[in-house]
Ligand binder design. Structure first.
Ligand SMILES: Cc1cc2nc3c(=O)[nH]c(=O)nc-3n(C[C@H](O)[C@H](O)[C@H](O)COP(=O)(O)OP(=O)(O)OC[C@H]3O[C@@H](n4cnc5c(N)ncnc54)[C@H](O)[C@@H]3O)c2cc1C
Length: 417
């Protein structure tokens, strides 16, 4: 690009697309956000809302594969496989097996740390002029909760890895945990307290505040499905979205799991699968939880939120948004943890985490189309990473040097494997 771009089309209006669009809009670029769906159907709305809690641990590793069959057969485990299975699952699993090798896991962990551990600082910078969004962040830390010695031992290797990346983690005894938490039905063995972590008290409110900020900066929204990118001379000239052809100087593919189809059409190999997760918020539960709790062996997190007690997590491959099994499981586990508590209502969200084989997003400039930028595939930690990723894309678009090394996220990294 010889002249500075003046307009950008951002495909996808989840937290990653919105953070990117807002960042571009505050740097004088006229943005159009294209999104087909409703705010309730995004991973960004189902999120637990934790910033930087356990965010350096890749999901695939060599110890995982032996445990998967047992997890799938046991309905009390956090992993589900449901029909219809997603497209390209076999190829996703093949790349995931490769990515689970110790050397690749190490590289993935470094890539996650590079984006995630800067999330807090980049969110603060991004929301400098948007106080109504900044006030939705609370930095009181979070607890990795252990109900038994086995649970603590099982997490020891990951905690060492977290500390290796400089995460501030304190070991808490059972008594210390009991002083922080409300009374629990579940046995307490101890916890790791991640003191630099935080959480968003209203994830949907954060998306709405970013939308308001984008509109205030002159940005627009198109409610339509992006079906195809129109290319000419090695550049994207427009995106076909419903009945519209939306053009711009630059394009950002930030559609979470929905980016896979558009990206594959461009010839990029994208081993990514929708890892559905769910959150149930219990309104007025009478449980005074001050900091988020990650119950790793149950595959869920419990977060204090403006709307009530938010219990989120589990992982379902396939099933295209059918939440009932996971919703029921979350409600059961919440009672196992807190006892039989009462509440006035519940609110449920379900969304697909865009899970890549190596746990890292596709982030950077397209290798064929010079005015196309990728920003998707943030998996388990997209809320944490959205601000850092947005700044990467903004700097690339403005032709400024990147503040972080982005070689690990190359969009074409699977093309030669
Ligand atoms: C249960 C659960 C708990 C989680 N907890 C945490 C946590 O504690 N901390 C954390 O950091 N992360 C967490 N995550 C992960 C995080 O929520 C995701 O990584 C993040 O929301 C991904 O954001 P996104 O914008 O890429 O995707 P999404 O939020 O899914 O948004 C993608 C958007 O793109 C749109 N779209 C798709 N295809 C098209 C198309 N063709 N045309 C137009 N629009 C399209 C969709 O409508 C959607 O609105 C959690 C996720 C889940 C499910």
């Amino acid at each position: 690009m010889t002249t500075a771009p003046r307009s950008a089309v951002v495909i996808g209006g989840g937290i990653v697309g919105l953070a990117t669009a807002y960042d571009l809009s505050r740097h004088g670029i006229s943005v159009t956000v294209v999104d087909e769906g409703h705010i309730d159907q995004r991973a960004s709305s189902a999120t637990a809302g934790i910033i930087g809690g356990s965010s350096v641990i890749p999901w695939a590793n060599d110890q995982l594969w032996g445990r998967v069959p047992g997890m799938l057969l046991d309905r009390t485990k956090p992993l589900y496989l449901t029909w219809p299975l997603p497209k390209k699952l076999a190829s996703f699993l093949r790349y995931s097996l490769q990515s689970g090798r110790p050397d690749t896991v190490k590289a993935s962990a470094a890539g996650l740390a590079n984006l995630g551990l800067k999330g807090r600082a980049y969110w603060a910078d991004l929301l400098r002029d948007l106080p109504e969004a900044a006030e939705l962040f609370d930095y009181e830390g979070c607890l990795l909760f252990y109900d038994s010695e086995a649970a603590k031992k099982g997490d020891a290797k990951d905690t060492a890895l977290r500390r290796g990346f400089g995460m501030q983690i304190d070991d808490l005894t059972a008594d210390e945990v009991r002083q922080i938490l409300p009374p629990l039905e579940k046995p307490v063995f101890g916890a790791s307290s991640v003191t630099t972590a935080g959480h968003v008290v209203d994830p949907v409110g954060l998306q709405n505040a970013l939308c308001d900020g984008i509109k205030r900066n002159g940005g627009q929204f198109a409610k339509a499905r992006a079906e195809a990118l129109k290319l000419a001379n090695g550049a994207v000239i427009s995106v076909k979205a419903g009945t519209q052809e939306i053009s711009g100087d630059v394009f950002v593919l930030a559609a979470g799991q929905g980016a896979a189809d558009l990206g594959r059409e461009l010839g990029i190999r994208i081993p990514m699968a929708p890892a559905w997760g769910v959150s149930v918020t219990f309104q007025d539960p009478g449980i005074n939880l001050k900091v988020p709790l990650l119950v790793l062996n149950e595959g869920l997190a419990i977060t204090p939120s403006r709307q009530g007690l938010r219990v989120s997590g589990l992982l379902q491959i396939g099933g295209e948004g059918k939440a009932s099994t996971m919703q029921a499981r979350l409600m059961t586990v919440a009672r196992q943890i807190f006892g039989d508590f009462s509440y006035t209502g519940t609110q449920t969200f379900m969304g697909p985490r865009p899970l890549t084989a190596d746990s890292l997003p596709f982030l950077g400039q397209d290798t064929s189309c010079t005015n196309l930028f990728h920003n998707f595939g943030h998996g388990h930690w997209g809320l944490t990473q959205a601000s850092t990723s947005a700044s990467v894309v903004r700097n690339l678009i403005l032709g400024r040097p990147s503040e972080i090394d982005i070689s690990a996220y190359r969009p074409d990294r699977f093309c030669n494997q």
